[in-house]
Design a protein around this ligand. Structure first.
Ligand SMILES: NC(=O)c1ccc[n+]([C@@H]2O[C@H](COP(=O)([O-])OP(=O)(O)OC[C@H]3O[C@@H](n4cnc5c(N)ncnc54)[C@H](OP(=O)(O)O)[C@@H]3O)[C@@H](O)[C@H]2O)c1
Length: 248
């Protein structure tokens, strides 16, 4: 029960890594507030996670939607001990093909939204809180078509450091959790057809030194560690869970 009596926010927890992280946090004793854009998915997730959770729809690429979310949190007098900025846009495209709209959606979802969400929530974050930002192993390697995605994720590497420094007085620590390739529905968002998804999966497996994708639980377990008091000496750092992609 490493998160007993802790209130946790996980953005984008109706699927993939966020969903498994929410399940694990509840197992560890936390109350979990989670978000996603699709109301049906929120209700379905709420049913799966049970009474130790509260789903609130929010589009983190949209500041007005985030303002509504913050207002609800304030009205409910919720204070967070852990925030996991997990929702992310994973669009990949060849250089030369990018539209300004795609660029803006990635940066709004992965950087601007998280930055202003944390700023909005500042008075609703308890001292000694742990804020975990979702990076990616892509920030360490030069993957085809990942230019904008990797640039957005490395911005979070910087925020983990600068916000840890600026919020020392608030006793809030920020860290980056960087997954390697992980088996989630996000794979389908990068590919265009089921055959392309399968092809992509095989090519990604070959990229990973240990020749497989991560199970989302492997990322969720790292999240639990960073969220818990066991990791309270880890400040402004990055934890890579990537099967050796960046380091070997
Ligand atoms: N899977 C990988 O291989 C991998 C590797 C490295 C890093 N990551 C990172 O890990 C994080 C989670 O990825 P995943 O693979 O678990 O993806 P996923 O299965 O596609 O889940 C993404 C979740 O985020 C929500 N979401 C997306 N955009 C949102 C927005 N604008 N506002 C609110 N919620 C939003 C989705 O719900 P709705 O669509 O209903 O909003 C969903 O609940 C992302 O930040 C991704 O960049 C993934």
């Amino acid at each position: 029960m490493r998160l007993k009596n802790k209130t946790v926010l996980i953005t984008g927890a109706t699927s993939g890594i966020g969903f498994v992280a929410a399940q694990r946090a509840i197992e560890e004793g936390a109350f979990v507030v989670f978000t996603g854009r699709n109301q049906d998915q929120i209700l379905q997730t709420q049913n799966q996670l049970g009474t130790q959770s509260l789903g609130i729809s929010c589009d983190h690429s949209n500041l007005a939607s985030q303002d509504n979310f913050t207002q609800k949190i304030q009205e409910l007098s919720i204070k967070f001990d852990v925030i996991y900025i997990n929702a992310g846009n994973v669009t990949h495209e060849a250089f030369g093909q990018w539209t300004t709209e795609q660029f803006d959606v990635i940066f709004n979802t992965n950087v601007k939204g998280p930055f202003f969400l944390i700023q909005n929530l500042l008075s609703m974050i308890n001292p000694h809180a742990s804020v975990i930002l979702c990076g990616s192993t892509s920030i360490h390697i030069a993957l085809e078509k990942s230019s904008v995605y990797a640039a957005s994720k490395i911005a979070l590497r910087s925020l983990a450091k600068t916000l840890s420094r600026e919020l020392l007085a608030h006793q809030i620590r920020f860290n980056l959790l960087s997954p390697g390739p992980t088996l989630t529905p996000a794979l389908n968002k990068v590919a265009n057809t089921p055959a392309e998804t399968e092809q992509l999966k095989v090519s990604i497996e070959n990229l990973v030194p240990i020749k497989r994708l991560a199970d989302p639980i492997e990322i969720a377990n790292a999240f639990i560690y960073l969220a818990s008091d066991e990791a309270k000496f880890i400040v402004g750092s990055e934890l890579l869970i990537d099967g050796g992609v960046a380091n070997l």
